[in-house]
Write a protein of this length. Structure first.
Length: 117
């Protein structure tokens, strides 16, 4: 990790290639884990949504909810430029993160109960 941080500080061009490759590997492994849920969500939207605009809006919201935590973590890592700082921050704020996730999933449940059934 120190070599990676050192290359980042030096402004090495290879850091972009390394970051892209790491992102590619993570994308493939994430697909195996979350791809089924994503595919199910898309099929559900196609099957049960009469209005295409509404379906696209729901898909955009789903994507935002899925990607927002990754964006936040990336921004924190960029601001602090330290993985350890991010790890400490995440551990310190874990109760708030879990509360936020619970509220989001509760909102999704309420939406489905009110509008999809």
């Amino acid at each position: 990790m120190e070599r990676f941080t050192k290359k980042m500080d030096e402004g090495s061009k290879s850091i972009y290639v390394i970051t892209f490759l790491i992102g590619l590997i993570i994308s493939f492994t994430e697909f195996l884990c979350t791809g089924q849920a994503y595919l199910t969500a898309i099929l559900h939207l196609i099957h049960f949504t009469d209005n295409v605009g509404r379906g696209l809006l729901l898909l955009a919201i789903y994507n935002l909810i899925f990607v927002l935590p990754l964006i936040i973590i990336t921004l924190i890592a960029y601001k602090t430029q330290s993985i350890q700082s991010v790890s400490i921050f995440m551990r310190e704020k874990l109760h708030w993160i879990k509360l936020f996730n619970s509220i989001v999933f509760l909102a999704i449940l309420i939406y489905y109960l009110l509008f999809m059934i």
